[in-house]
Write a protein that binds this ligand. Structure first.
Ligand code: NAD
Ligand code: UGA
Length: 480
């Protein structure tokens, strides 16, 4: 029986390995992590991450051919294929701080693999890493290998949170990069055989190592670039009276452009887009490509601009101050159908409003209160660390309360900011909400999911990103 071990039981390691176990009943899959509470949660009824469809997959194979364990070394030693899916956050200090990927967790995993291995292994980069990481990993493994043969493959993951299970069941493509040697090709074939259990052969792309590593960064950069492009366009729409949804629809009909990823928003979030673009920027700079680095930097800069622009709209609409005013925040996760808040635009928006002394009442159906308080109070460099290295009890911010439903959040408030596109926000009783709010009552829709006409009929003053402005807002221009 082939044995797979995955180091890192996070958003990628957990779902990816659960699907491999489900689709390959004859392969034993063990997911290991040094953060014990996560392993305990994976073995319980309350999985550590919220992902539609995940519970079902885990329940079908846990205890049969899928296991979660904190016994990292034992399972790595026994495995034929070791996936490494640990964090690769942006470096916060030293050379490359603020841009380069921090490979500390990767390096310690590689050293541990070399230490405990007693048989040949295929080591698979599942984490997103800088180009040429495989070369560095090879050096660590071969210099410590005691004669054991390691083959390194790059097999980046393209799943998106909220749709992870569907993405894994029916991937657009699986990418495998390896050495162009007979041993490298044999390793590629072994991994291909795993995916071939459910992925059609034409969807499995094999390349050299550097193409696979770079393609992952490139894919995220291109996706984020589309969002920044449409967000930049949204500012122009507001200035000219065009409607960004109509513009997106019109340009998306061009088959060369396509309709996906053209929704204007308060900004993209998630653990990877910003980190991976900054990583790309650093790689460009290291290769003397300053112009190319500057090109990609713009994508991140526009994202920051969009969040600032949103905050300024809120503040300027409310007579240029939100000091002492209650603002309801609907949605804190970086997108719907996940409880993940890493790099969520809600952090920047809330901090901007708190900077103007607003009082925030926050509701998200999946994000617990402690997480929100932690996100708003902790320094970014600490948030990027793996869970076991973060401070345990952050200081709660007084002006922030987290509540259990949207009605409680909005009661007595001056304005509502919709920051995540949760479906339940579309069907709330907005007449009741309006009745219970201070007047004039505002809605700032950061996701373009509200029925603007209906809200205006009720009496709300509504701001929707990139849409024609209310007369009220026109008179109070936001300066970004
Ligand atoms: P995560 O923080 O959810 O999980 C990583 C896990 O690795 C943590 O539980 C941590 O405790 C564990 N870990 C760290 N060092 C370890 C070690 N030495 N030994 C054992 N366990 C260790 O991160 P994630 O979201 O799963 O992302 C992992 C990688 O996948 C990153 O490189 C990310 O860029 C990439 N990625 C993420 C997504 C996504 O949607 N989240 C999608 C594609 C790719
Ligand atoms: C993204 C990519 O889509 C995945 O392919 C990739 O594997 C993953 O990053 C990764 O490497 O981590 P994810 O961040 O989970 O996945 O979610 P997305 O659906 O890409 O959304 C990212 C952000 O962009 C969210 O805040 C979302 O609201 C925003 N977005 C997305 C928009 O503002 N507009 C859009 O049209 C689409």
């Amino acid at each position: 029986m082939v044995k797979i071990c995955c180091i890192g039981a996070g958003y990628v390691g957990g779902p990816t390995m659960a699907v491999i176990a489900l689709k390959c009943p004859k392969i034993e899959v063990v997911v290991v992590d040094i953060f014990e509470p996560r392993i305990i949660a994976w073995n319980s009824d309350q999985l550590p991450i919220y992902e539609p469809g995940l519970d079902d997959v885990v329940k079908q194979c846990r205890g049969k051919n899928l296991f979660f364990s904190k016994d990292v070394e034992k399972h790595v030693a026994e495995a034929d294929i070791v996936f490494v899916s640990v964090n690769t956050p942006t470096k916060t200090q030293g050379l490359g701080a603020g841009k380069a990927a921090d490979l500390t967790y990767w390096e310690s995993a590689a050293r541990m693999i070399a230490d405990v291995s007693k048989s040949d292994k295929i080591v698979v980069e599942k984490s997103t890493v800088p180009v040429k990481t495989a070369e560095a990993i090879e050096k660590i493994l071969t210099h410590n290998s005691k004669g054991i043969n390691f083959q390194i493959l790059s097999n980046p993951e393209f799943l998106a949170e909220g749709t992870a299970i569907q993405d894994l069941f029916k991937p657009d493509r699986v990418l495998i990069g390896g050495r162009e040697t007979p041993e490298g090709q044999k390793a590629i074939q072994a991994l291909k055989d795993v995916y071939a259990h459910w992925v059609p052969a034409e969807r499995i792309i094999c390349t050299n190592l550097w193409s696979a590593e770079l393609s992952k960064l490139a894919a995220n950069a291109f996706l984020a670039q589309r969002i920044s492009s449409v967000n930049a366009m949204s500012a122009l729409c507001e200035a000219t009276g065009a409607d960004v949804s109509q513009v997106s629809h019109a340009i998306g009909k061009d088959t060369r452009i396509g309709p996906k990823f053209l929704n204007a928003s308060v900004g993209f979030g998630g653990s990877c887009f910003q980190k991976d673009i900054l990583n790309l920027v650093y790689i460009c700079e290291c290769n003397g490509l300053a112009e190319v680095a500057n090109y990609w930097k713009q994508v991140v800069q526009v994202n920051e601009y969009q969040k600032t622009r949103f905050v300024n709209r809120v503040v300027s609409s409310m007579f240029n101050t939100v000091s002492g005013k209650k603002i309801a925040i609907l949605g804190f996760a970086f997108k719907k159908d996940t409880g993940d808040t890493r790099e969520t635009p809600a952090i920047g928006v809330c901090q901007g409003l708190l900077g103007d002394k607003a009082i925030l009442s926050i509701y998200d159906p999946q994000v617990p209160q402690e997480q929100i308080q932690r996100d708003l109070s902790m320094h970014k460099s600490e948030l990027d660390k793996p869970p076991h290295l973060r401070p345990v009890s952050p200081i709660a911010i007084e002006q922030v309360t987290c509540v259990r439903d949207a009605y409680e959040a909005t009661k007595g408030s001056h304005g509502i900011c919709v920051l995540t596109e949760w479906d339940e926000f579309k069907t709330l009783d907005y007449q009741k909400i309006y009745n219970d709010m201070q007047k004039p009552a505002f809605v700032f829709d950061g996701r373009n999911v509200m029925d603007v006409d209906k809200l205006r009929q009720i009496g709300f003053i509504v701001y929707s990103i990139g849409k024609p402005l209310d007369a009220w807002l026109k008179d109070m221009p936001a300066v970004a």
